[in-house]
Design a protein around this ligand. Sequence first.
Ligand SMILES: [Zn+2]
Length: 395
Amino acid sequence: MSSLLVDDIGELVTNDGGGEGGPLGIRRDAALLVEEGRVAWIGPARDAPPADRRLDAGGAAVLPGFVDSHAHLVFAGDRAAEFAARMAGQPYTGGGIRTTVGATRAATDDELRATVRRLRGEALRQGTTTMEIKSGYGLTVADEARSLAIAAEVSDETTFLGAHVVPAEYADRPDDYVGLVCGPMLAAAAPHARWIDVFCERGAFDVDHARAILACGQAVGLGVRLHANQLGPGPGVQLGVELGAASVDHCTHLTDADVDALASTRVDGGHTTTVATLLPGAEFSTRSPYPDARRLLDAGVTVALATDCNPGSSYTSSMPFCVALAVREMRMTPAEAVWAATAGGARALRRDDVGVIRPGARADLMVLDAPSHLHLAYRPGVPLIRQVLRNGVPQ
Ligand SMILES: [Zn+2]
């Protein structure tokens, strides 16, 4: 059994709530021992046990790896021209998804695989050690199944999003498409998926269709998450709470009743069982108003940050970028944003073994080229991730 000691850690962010920094649980002058891919010990550097190998953090900050709980990596083509048009004044409607569907259906497995691996690698170099990946650009039985099979090659957190939009060939008969999603498409997708998701929005799926699809997924053992209240107010957030969703994602347009519904899922540990996952890359890339993170946090709702990496409305794989946006544009404190991008993402995926550094957790962590987590927002756009470990293995 080989052990690895990470020492000379100037600032260790544990997210276990002890130490300083509130929920970040910061420890100074710390060391940690990794054995068999797990954190085996944490303590003062002077008390560090012997180990086979040593990684000297050089006084820098060490954090849990980012947990990106919302990404769409299985697609072909890009939509740079659509982005340019939007920046020149055209509004975002979500209709461009169909452009990507056409390109994705035409792509080979190897082309899709290459894109998934390229983006997963890009995210890893920016500190993302856990990344949820959705289907949703195939929208046929075969294309959704292969999208998820390819996603599952690089992630355990895979999500069936056959209900992303109604594809053009079903435009006149959405009920038939919902039947396809709940029937043969779900049957083909479920073996490769942990979660089911629906884009519940005007122009995509209404609340009755969304409820039916999510219930079918739950019936075969998939966990529920959904895209809700992105483009306007709607019933998605309250549907998510009704169904016990792990997360409702976007949450850009919320009523007081939506916030109350989320807060009502709060349990003894102080967190809400339904997490509000905010995706500021989407508002950035569509030049839209940002979600009101303060309102959610002040109501006691657990907040996660994720990239929404996709070729249309948020083509970034960078969690540090999202942290910086959350601090600058959504008035989250740096500590709140870092927690939301790590432990918050883990809660949105109902994981307690990632997003935290404590004995028994996976040794998924990053060493910054900086003395403090504050630099992730203080130095936006700068590559500050010096070293990433996954399962204790330097990447
Ligand atoms: Zn999305």
